[in-house]
Design a protein around this ligand. Sequence first.
Ligand SMILES: C[S@@+](CC[C@H](N)C(=O)[O-])C[C@H]1O[C@@H](n2cnc3c(N)ncnc32)[C@H](O)[C@@H]1O
Length: 256
Amino acid sequence: MSAEQDRAALRALLDRSRLTEPPYERQGYLDVLGEDDHQPSTLAQLAMRSGVVASIYQHGWRQGLNVAMGVGGLSAEQERRYALRCLELSGADRVLDVACGPGNFSHVFAEALTGDGLVVGLDNSRQMLARAVTDNLVPRLAYLRADARAMPFPDGSFDAVCCYAALYLAPEPFTILVEMLRVLAPGGRIALMTSYRGSWQPQRFARGLAGHASGIRMFERDDLTGILRASGLTDIHQEIRGIAQFVNARKPGQRG
Ligand SMILES: C[S@@+](CC[C@H](N)C(=O)[O-])C[C@H]1O[C@@H](n2cnc3c(N)ncnc32)[C@H](O)[C@@H]1O
C-alpha cells in the first residue's frame, strides 16, 4: 500500500460529525486541528513542541527518559516489543497509537500487520509529526494531527489502542483514557505506560516535587487500573518499573 492509500484509509475512519476543521493534508500527515495550537503551559509540554527535541527524541531522549524513570534494563527496542506483545496484534487489525510522538512505536506496530491492517499515529505536535513522516513512515501507517482528548473516530473503531509516555504530560489524562476506551472495539486490547508516584512516603514526596517542577503528573498505583476496572475491562495487568507503570487490559466482548 502507498502512503496516499494509507491516508485515504485513515480519512475513511474519521467521524465527520466530530470534526471542527475539514481534514487537511500537511507534510505527509492529515491535520484536523487546523491552526488551533494551544499554548503549552509546562516545561514538559513545551519540549514536545520543539523541533530540536523532536529530532533527537527517538535516538537519545526516549532512552534517557527510561533511564531517568528507572525503567532499568529495558532498552527502547525491548519496550516496543513489550507493547507489541501486550496489544496481541494480528493481520488486518486497526491500531491507534495515541500521542505517537515521532512514530517510534507506530512503525513497529505497522510492520506487524498484513493485508488491510492500518496503524493511526495520533499526536497534536506538528514538530513530532513532521519527524514521524520523515523517519518512521512505513506501509499500513498514517499519521493524524488531532487532540487525544476528543478523537475524531466513531466508537469501537480500533482493535488495539496504545498510549506510551504521554498521559503524564497531558493536562486531562483521564479524559484521554476515557476517549481511548470509547474508540476501542469490543474484545480489543489497550496498552499504557505512564508514571508512578511510589508507595514509600519520602519517595512520594520527592517524586511529587520533581513532577510539579517539570509539569509531569505522578500517577497513583490504582489511577489507571481503577478506571479500567470500573469500565468493565478484563485481564488487567500492571507492572511497576521504577517511576513507570505499564498497564494493559482487554475490553469485554467478541472481536469483530
Ligand atoms: C513523550 S512523547 C511519547 C511518544 C511515544 N508514544 C513514546 O512512547 O515514546 C508524548 C507525546 O504526547 C503528545 N501529546 C500530549 N498531549 C496530547 C494531546 N492532548 N493530544 C495529542 N497528543 C498529545 C505530545 O505532543 C508528544 O509528542
